[in-house]
Design a protein around this ligand. Structure first.
Ligand code: C2O
Ligand code: CU
Length: 798
C-alpha cells in the first residue's frame, strides 16, 4: 500500500509539473497538380489547395519531424497547425488535413511566377502520380491518405494565419511520435471546392520566415522513474536518475509493483510439528506456507513454535487407580500423534506410569491410605532456578488439594522427599462428595514438578450424590486442563529462570493436546480442573450453547445453575453437565477459552448413540449460609508484589515470609479472611484444610481457591475444625506460590478439657463437621465419622 501511495504522488505531482511545448517547422512541403504527373513545387514559396478556374486540383503535402523535437514516451496533449494565407479568391473554402499513408519527397522543383502552374518535377519530388519522382508512384493518384480528415478549417479571405487543431490531429502526432516510421505528414485538400475555390499559403521556403508553416505541440514528457531498493528489500519509486534514492537505484522504468528489489532473507518457520527454520526471502517463505520472522532475522535467533493441528487425537479417559501405592516415575508418552514422545513425570499404580495420574476414588467416611513413592531421576528434568531451591534434586511431596486432612497428611512443602523416598498419607475423607485433586507441593519447585506432570484427580463420592441420579459411568468424565510448550523433539520447554507467569502454547486435556471426544446424545457430567501453572480459562462452547454448573471446588451446589461460561483459575474446579441430546449426530462443538490467544481447548463430536436423558434434579444439596456474625476474627491480608534481589521480583502476602506465622485460628473458630489485591493481576487464593464460602455469597458454593481480581478485595468465611497444626495458604499460580506468595496458618489446639470447662466462651471439641457442616449435608451421618482412633500417620523415608 505504501508503495502505491508513493507512485501516485510521483505521477500526480512531478509529471504534471513537467508539461512542455514546442513549435516545429516542416521538414518538407510541396504542392501537387492534378493536370500533370510531372509537376511539383518543392522549393517554391507557396502551397496550394483547391480548384483552378478550369477545375484542375491542387493539393499540398506537409510533414514535421515529431520524434526529433518531442522526447520519446511523451504524451501529446494538443496540436495546432498554422498556415499563413497569402493569396485568395473571394470565397471561403473548407480546407482539411488528411494523414498521408505513404512516404513522399520534396525535390529541387520550383514553379515560376505566382507558382499556380507548378514546375517540372525533379528527382525525389512528389507529384500527382509520383510520391518520389520518378521512382515510386502513389497507390492512388493525388496522394495516398486516410479517407477521413483529421481537421477541417474554413479558410476565409483575409490574408492572416489560419489554424487547424483537433483531437484527431493530436492522435496523429502521438502516433508519429510513438512510431516515427509511420509519419508521412498530412495531405492538405479542399474536398468541397468548386472551380476557382483555391487558397495559397506560405511554404517553408517563403522569403518571410515569420509566415512559414508551423506546428505547435504541447506535451507531457515521460518522466522516467525507477525503483529505489533499501537493504531490507523494501522498494520506493523515485524520479530518474535516482538522486533521491539513498540506497540502490535499480535504473529507469524499474518498478515496485511488482517489487524488483532483491529480497533479503529472514528466518522462516514451517507451520508444522517439525518447527523447521529456513533463511529465505519472505515471498519464498509465504509460498512454502511458513511464517516469516522479518528481514535479517536468523534461524539462530528464532525459536520456531511447534505447530500442531487441533482435535486430531482422542481424549484419554483417566483410569481409576488400581493400587494405593502410587510411584512417581519418569516416562515417555505421546501427547500428540504428530510429535515425538515427550518425557513426563507421572504416577504408576502398577499398570504403568501416566500423567495425569490415575484417579483416586474415595467415599465419604472411608479413609484411604496412599503411599507416595518418589522414583524420579536424581536430577530435575527442568532447569531449577537456584534462587528458589538449593539444588536440582527433584524432591516431591503430594498435597490433596481441597482435602480436609490433618497436617501430617497435608503434604507440608518443607517435607518433600528426594528420589528414593516415600511418604504415606492417611486421608480421612470426612467431607462431602467433591472433585479434589492431588499434586506435588515441594518447596520452590512446585511449578516445575506439576509442569512435568505430577498431578491427578481424587474424587470423593457419597450416598447423597449417588441418590441424585446424575450422569455417571461413561457419562461422567474428568477433564484435567493444562498448558505446555513443546520443542520439535517433543520435550517440554519451560523457562530456566523464574518468570512471574508461564503460559504454554498448547492446551492439553488429560495429557493430550487439543483432543476430541465422541459424546452420546445425552447429558454428560464433566469435572473440570484448571491444572495449569498460570493460565486462567473462560470456558464456553463454540455454538454458544448453555450448560449447567452443578458443583465447585468443595462439591455440589445447592441446585444446578444454567450458564454459558465458566471462569477457572489455577487450582479451581467446575462440575458441569452439558446436554448433547439437543444436537444432531455429527455436530461438532469446540470447548473454547474465550479471549485467549490460544482459543481452543477440545472438541466434542456428537454421535448417534443415545445417552443419559433423565432430567437433572432440581436440588442437589443444602448449603447453609455461613453467618458473618459467627466469625471470631476478621483478618486483612494484602496481596503484594515487590522487587527481589535474586529473581527480580516476587509476590507476597502482607510482605511477610513463609516462616512468619501470624494467622492462628483456634480450633473450631470461624474466621473471615479478606484478601486485598494490591497488584495488577488476579490471584487464585487457596487455603488448605478448609472449604470456605465467599462472605454473603453462599450461592457460589464451597470453595477452596477463590479468585481475587486485580485491585479488588474478596472476603471468605471458614471454620477451622478437626485438625490443629500448620497449613499453607497461597496463590495457586504456581510461579507465585514458588516465589513468596505462600504462607502458613497454624490452627491452635483447644486448651485441655479442664481449661475448656473454665472458659465458657470456647466451643466444645467436635469432629468431622468440617467446613461443610453435617447439618447442611444430605449425607450428614457419614460426615460425622469420628476420626479419633484412626491411625493417621505420615512416614518419611529417604
Ligand atoms: Cu493445590 Cu497448596 O495447593
Ligand atoms: Cu498469584
Amino acid at each position: 500500500m505504501r508503495l502505491v501511495g508513493v507512485l501516485l504522488a510521483v505521477l500526480a505531482g512531478e509529471a504534471i509539473a513537467h508539461a512542455d511545448s514546442v513549435v516545429l517547422a516542416p521538414t518538407q512541403d510541396t504542392t501537387i497538380y492534378s493536370e500533370d504527373g510531372t509537376l511539383s513545387d518543392g522549393q517554391g514559396q507557396h502551397l496550394f489547395a483547391g480548384l483552378t478556374s478550369n477545375s484542375a486540383e491542387r493539393r499540398a503535402l506537409i510533414q514535421f519531424d515529431i520524434a526529433a523535437a518531442v522526447p520519446a514516451g511523451s504524451t501529446i496533449t494538443s496540436v495546432t497547425l498554422t498556415l499563413r494565407l497569402d493569396k485568395t479568391q473571394t470565397t471561403s473554402v473548407a480546407v482539411a488535413l488528411y494523414p498521408a499513408t505513404a512516404a513522399w519527397g520534396e525535390g529541387a522543383s520550383l514553379a515560376a511566377g505566382e507558382e499556380g502552374g507548378g514546375g517540372p518535377a525533379q528527382t525525389g519530388d512528389a507529384t500527382w502520380t509520383y510520391r518520389l519522382y520518378a521512382t515510386a508512384m502513389w497507390a492512388a493518384a493525388g496522394g495516398d491518405a486516410s479517407a477521413t480528415a483529421s481537421a477541417t478549417t474554413t479558410v476565409g479571405t483575409a490574408l492572416v494565419d489560419t489554424t487547424w487543431s483537433s483531437a484527431a490531429m493530436t492522435a496523429d502526432v502521438q502516433g508519429w511520435l510513438d512510431t516515427p516510421g509511420g509519419n508521412h505528414g498530412w495531405l492538405v485538400r479542399a474536398p468541397g471546392a468548386a472551380a476557382s475555390d483555391v487558397k495559397r499559403f506560405a511554404s517553408r521556403n517563403n522569403a518571410d520566415s515569420t509566415v512559414r508553416p508551423r506546428l505547435s505541440i504541447t506535451f507531457t514528457p515521460a518522466v522516467p522513474t525507477g525503483a529505489c531498493c533499501a537493504a531490507d528489500g523494501s522498494c520506493t519509486v523515485v524520479i530518474s536518475p535516482g538522486t533521491t534514492c539513498s540506497a540502490t537505484y535499480e535504473g529507469d522504468n524499474t518498478t515496485c509493483t511488482p517489487n524488483v528489489c532483491p529480497q533479503p532473507p529472514g528466518a522462516c518457520c514451517s507451520n508444522d510439528a517439525t518447527a523447521a527454520c529456513n533463511e529465505v526471502p519472505q515471498a519464498t517463505c509465504t509460498s512454502m506456507g511458513g511464517t516469516f520472522h522479518g528481514v535479517g532475522s536468523t534461524c539462530a535467533m528464532t525459536a520456531c513454535p511447534v505447530v500442531l493441528q487441533p482435535f486430531v487425537d482422542p481424549l484419554p479417559i483417566l483410569p481409576v487407580a488400581q493400587s494405593t501405592t502410587l510411584v512417581e516415575k519418569q516416562f515417555q508418552t505421546k501427547v500428540a500423534s504428530a510429535l515425538p514422545a515427550t518425557t513426563l513425570w507421572g504416577f504408576d499404580d502398577g499398570t504403568g506410569p501416566r500423567s495425569p495420574g490415575p484417579t483416586i476414588e474415595a467415599r465419604t467416611g472411608a479413609p484411604v491410605e496412599i503411599t507416595w513413592q518418589n522414583q524420579l531421576p536424581a536430577t530435575h528434568a527442568l532447569a531449577v532456578d537456584p534462587c528458589l531451591a538449593p539444588d536440582n534434586v527433584p524432591r516431591s511431596i503430594i498435597h490433596l488439594h481441597g482435602g480436609h486432612v490433618p497436617h501430617a497428611a497435608d503434604g507440608y512443602p518443607e517435607d518433600a522427599v528426594p528420589p528414593g523416598g516415600q511418604v504415606v498419607d492417611d486421608y480421612p475423607d470426612n467431607q462431602p462428595a467433591a472433585t479434589l485433586w492431588y499434586h506435588d507441593h515441594a518447596m520452590g519447585i512446585t511449578r516445575l514438578n506439576v509442569q512435568m506432570g505430577l498431578a491427578g484427580f481424587y474424587l470423593i463420592r457419597d450416598a447423597g450424590e449417588d441418590a441424585l441420579g446424575l450422569p455417571s459411568g461413561a457419562d461422567e468424565i474428568a477433564l484435567f486442563i493444562s498448558d505446555h510448550t513443546f520443542g520439535p523433539d517433543g520435550q517440554i520447554e519451560y523457562p530456566a529462570t523464574w518468570q512471574p507467569e508461564v503460559l504454554g502454547d498448547k492446551i492439553l486435556v488429560n495429557g493430550v493436546v487439543w483432543p476430541y471426544l465422541d459424546v452420546p446424545r445425552g447429558k454428560v457430567r464433566f469435572r473440570i480442573l484448571d491444572g495449569s501453572g498460570s493460565r486462567m480459562y473462560k470456558l464456553a462452547l463454540s455454538n454458544a450453547a448453555s450448560f449447567y454448573q452443578i458443583g465447585t471446588d468443595g462439591g455440589l451446589l445447592a441446585a444446578p445453575v444454567q450458564t454459558d461460561e465458566i471462569d477457572l483459575m489455577p487450582g479451581q474446579r467446575a462440575d458441569i453437565v452439558i446436554d448433547f441430546a439437543i444436537f444432531a449426530p455429527g455436530t461438532q462443538i469446540i470447548l473454547k477459552n474465550v479471549g485467549d490467544p490460544v482459543p481452543d481447548v477440545m472438541k466434542f463430536v456428537v454421535t448417534a448413540t443415545a445417552g443419559h436423558t433423565a432430567p437433572l434434579p432440581q436440588a442437589l444439596r443444602t448449603i447453609t449460609a455461613m453467618d458473618p456474625a459467627t466469625a471470631k476474627v476478621t483478618r486483612d491480608l494484602h496481596l503484594m508484589q515487590r522487587t527481589d534481589s535474586c529473581t527480580g521480583n516476587a509476590f507476597t502476602i502482607d510482605n511477610r515470609a513463609w516462616s512468619d506465622i501470624t494467622e492462628t485460628p483456634m480450633l473450631g473458630d470461624t474466621e473471615i479472611w479478606t484478601f486485598h489485591n494490591d497488584t495488577g493481576t488476579a490471584h487464585p487464593m487457596h487455603l488448605h484444610l478448609v472449604q470456605f464460602q465467599v462472605v454473603d455469597h453462599p450461592e457460589l458454593g464451597w470453595l477452596d481457591t477463590v479468585t481475587v481480581p486485580a485491585h479488588q478485595a474478596v472476603s471468605v468465611i471458614a471454620k477451622f475444625t478437626d485438625y490443629a497444626g500448620k497449613f499453607p495458604y497461597h496463590c495457586h499460580m504456581l510461579p507465585h506460590e514458588d516465589n513468596a506468595m505462600m504462607r502458613q496458618f497454624e490452627v491452635l489446639p483447644l486448651p485441655s478439657v479442664d481449661e475448656t470447662a473454665a472458659d465458657a466462651g470456647v466451643e466444645p471439641v467436635h469432629h468431622g463437621g468440617g467446613c461443610c457442616d453435617a447439618g447442611g449435608h444430605p449425607a450428614g451421618s457419614l460426615v460425622l465419622v469420628v476420626v479419633v482412633g484412626i491411625a493417621l500417620r505420615r512416614r518419611r523415608m529417604s
